[in-house]
Every structure is written in C-alpha cells, then in structure tokens.
Design a protein around this ligand. Structure first.
Ligand code: MG
Ligand code: MG
Length: 248
C-alpha cells in the first residue's frame, strides 16, 4: 500500500530531507584525492548526529556503516573502508537521515579532482535523467511515467539503465511501497497522489546495464567493470508536480 502522509508526517519528512541534503553539502568539500571513504563516512555520521538525526542505513539489514560509498565501477551499497580516493575517480555517496522516525534519502555522484570527459558525460546525463524522471511527477501520474522518462533520456544519451535496483516510497521506513523503477511504460503502474513521498534514483552505466554482487554481499558492481553513476532525491508529490525534500 502506498501511504499518503499527514501534514505532521510531511513536516518531519521535510526536516529529515533537509538534514540529508545538508549532509551532502557538508561532505562535498572533503571529497578530494587522499581522503578515505571511512573518513567521509565518519564526517557524515557526526554531522547527521549533530543535527539531531541518525544515519538511516546504519544497521539496515545489517549494513555496517552510516553511508554508502561506491567508487567507479561500483553501482551502489559500497562499504566505507580504508580505500583512498584518487584523482580521476568518481564516487557515489548515498545518505539517509532519520529524524524523529522519518527518513530522507539522497544519493549523488561526485568527481574526485579532475575526471575524464567520459566520466563528466556520465555524471552530467545521469543527473539530468533524474530531473527528467522527476518532471513526470504530479498528482494522478503513474509510476511508469517516471521510469519511461528516465530510460528514454538515458537511451537517447547511450547510457544503460540498471533494472535490478529501483527507487521507492519513503516515510517512517526508508524503503516503502511503491517500487519506482527507472524503466517502464507510460500510463502503467500505481497512480501517485498528492501527499505521497518517493525517492527517484536512476543508476546509469557507461557500458552494460548488467550488474554483479561482490562477495561482501553488499557492493554491487557493473558486470563489465565500466563506470556507473547514481543520483537520487526524495520528493513530495504535489497537486501540480513535486517538491524536492532533499535539496541542498
Ligand atoms: Mg539512497
Ligand atoms: Mg533510495
């Protein structure tokens, strides 16, 4: 069932979203060659706690860290470690913050120092595909309208769409109904109503759309080891469109 949030719940989701977006803002200047993903994790966790929230992903299904850090060919769910970021890497950082029982969820892929033209292209167009997907949202739209918009844009730009991982509803659980795939057909799937809150999160690859789970049982990589990018916002469905809750 897709829940319609009460005004009180929306108020808390807005605060959780603001903390999530601000954590990205806070972290961004630290994303440079020489820092480890564990250092980024600890900075984010401290910031989230200082803001009166808790990291949504820590302990979620046993996830061992506060944020997900996925580098280059890693699609999602990378575990922060002593791995050092290098000039020319890209890193997807997925952050969730829980405030008084309600969550925000937002991922962004960042360049580490100067990156190649290919990677710039991947980041630019994956971000744009997120906003294409969001632009399909309004009271009365179908979930399929979002995925159609994302995949149409991705295909036009020769990027492949990961299908096994999808967006989702957000509320008192970080992952709620409905699934929000990044592919689909117009006018199909559940209908969205004003007051619903969902996360839209395209994961686009430079090579194959196929993915592979590493032995750590968390990190998902591309099957051909080519780079992948991930952009995500949590949004509130409104009468005429949407409101981004995790904006910076
Ligand atoms: Mg996320
Ligand atoms: Mg998500």
């Amino acid at each position: 069932m897709i829940s319609i949030k009460t005004p009180k719940e929306i108020e808390l989701l807005k605060i959780a979203g603001e903390i999530t977006g601000s954590t990205h803002n806070f972290l961004k200047p630290y994303i440079k060659p020489g820092i480890t993903t564990k250092q980024l994790n600890d900075l984010a966790e401290d910031y989230i706690i200082k803001r009166g929230a808790t990291p949504s992903f820590k302990g979620y299904d046993g996830f061992p860290a506060a944020i997900c850090t996925s580098i280059n060919n890693e699609v999602v769910h990378g575990i922060p470690s002593n791995r050092v970021l290098k000039e020319g890497d890209i890193i997807s950082i997925d952050i969730g913050a829980c405030y008084k029982g309600y969550h925000g969820d937002s991922a962004w892929t960042y360049p580490v120092g100067k990156i190649s033209k290919n990677l710039e292209y991947l980041l630019e167009h994956t971000e744009k595909s997120l906003f294409k997907g969001l632009s399909a949202i309004h009271d009365g739209c179908h979930i399929g309208d979002i995925g159609f918009a994302v995949s149409k844009y991705a295909t036009e730009h020769n990027l492949s769409v990961v299908r096994e991982l999808v967006g989702h509803g957000v509320g008192s659980d970080v992952h709620e109904d409905p699934d929000v795939p990044n592919y689909g057909a117009r006018h199909t799937g559940p209908i969205l109503k004003e007051g619903m809150v969902i996360a839209v999160e395209p994961m686009l690859n430079l090579g194959t759309r196929k993915i592979y789970l590493l032995d750590d049982d968390w990190t998902i990589i591309t099957a051909d080891d080519k780079p992948s990018a991930h952009f995500e916002h949590t949004v509130l469905v409104t009468k005429d469109g949407y409101e981004i809750l995790t904006r910076r």
